[in-house]
Design a protein around this ligand. Sequence first.
Ligand code: FES
Ligand code: FE2
Length: 470
Amino acid sequence: MPSHNSSKDASPEDVPFLVTDPELIPSRRYYDEKFFELERERLWPKVWQMACRLEEIPQPGDWVEYRNLDKSVIVTRTREGVKAFNNACRHRGVQLVTGRGNSGSQGFICPFHGWRFAPDGKNTFVYAREIFSEDKLTPDQVDLVPVRVEEWAGCAFINFDENAAPLLESLGPVVQRLNSRNVDRLKVDWWESAVLPVNWKLAMEAFMEGYHVMRTHPQLHLLAAPGLGWQSDNVGPSGPKGTKARIQSAQDYACNTIRYLARLHAGMAGMVDAFEVNVAETLHDMELPEGDFGAMAQAFYGRLNQEITDMGRRRGLPMFDLNQVAMEQKFNAVEYMFPHFFLLPMFSAMSSYRIRPLTPETCLFEIWALKLCPESEERPVPVAPTPRAHDDPGFPEIPRQDYSNLPLQQLGLHAGGFDHMILSKQYEGLISNYQRLIDGYLGGTAPDKLARAAHVVNSGYDAPIADIGF
Ligand code: FES
Ligand SMILES: [Fe+2]
């Protein structure tokens, strides 16, 4: 696969708007055309991209198109497993498929002159073969060009780079954290998307820190109970002072937390499943130790985890032991996987995001609600949604609140005198870490260094600024 620029001829000197102070992010990275072009040339062709949910292609012959910028890939299930191909007829380059479908008994047929390709990419038909020079029709010249594809977490990931490390090696320790939560058993409950009038990186950054919760999601901030690490993280460094003042007793703590989980379910749907809210409600009168919020949280969540685990198993879900996982793995309410994929675990369910650039100042943001389902349950094949406007009232409350700031931020970045963002080194470090990893790709940093850096970058939100190794 030819690439415009190999990393050999790239150097940090020719990357514009480089992050030179990890706490300051230059504003032009979010709209400069040259920067966007460099990402197209040097970042996207080198990274593992989440291309589809495997449930989109349940049967042999099923295919789905994955498009990012000017590249389109066919991801298809064959009897030998999932394969991916560049979406271009080898004759004169016509794109073979758009959207989704099943290649059926005929395989892929080019709409221009009718060349055909089997589901495994082999060319099976050239109309009037004798009119071509035979030496131009060897399999390596007429079979579809394969693209690397690997599966994990119920998704197919593609990579255009033959030399990239395998997917799981590229992702790093986040894989183990999510595997312990049976991430590959999750199924799509719903799928929505929005075109956002902002750079793709700006959209992602709205989900990389909990510092915004106090102002952007006041309904959550008011209910978030203190005492549990992730919960105080969840509301940022100031902590939920208002809540602390209002919680007078262990009973208040339980009520408040149940209301918080219900609000999270209503506002985000995917993160907390309805059955989990129901289980929480049964703990209304649970006895909790008085006084110490940490002890209350531990007692409440310990019991809630146990009850959800038991209920999940009774319902036939491929349920893991929530308390065991809580003991063995670090919990991150938002897990980021460079460059454009997120999973947000809570109890048994997760939300998931994928963000793709469209233009320097627009992007496509997708949200999935994922949940564990009984293996025997027939599930509908998820179909890509028509993107909504960012302010569509049909979005759940929480992402709508997150989206609402973004267009204003994109405009503000253009303002005279605004040269860079200022990051909290303690809580907004993920933004700095992944932005510096992008610089590594654009500036030609050695692949082994990039791989090591990704393991540091692929952390939960609210991470501090980290040494990523270059
Ligand atoms: S371009 Fe596909 S058959 Fe001619
Ligand atoms: Fe948010």
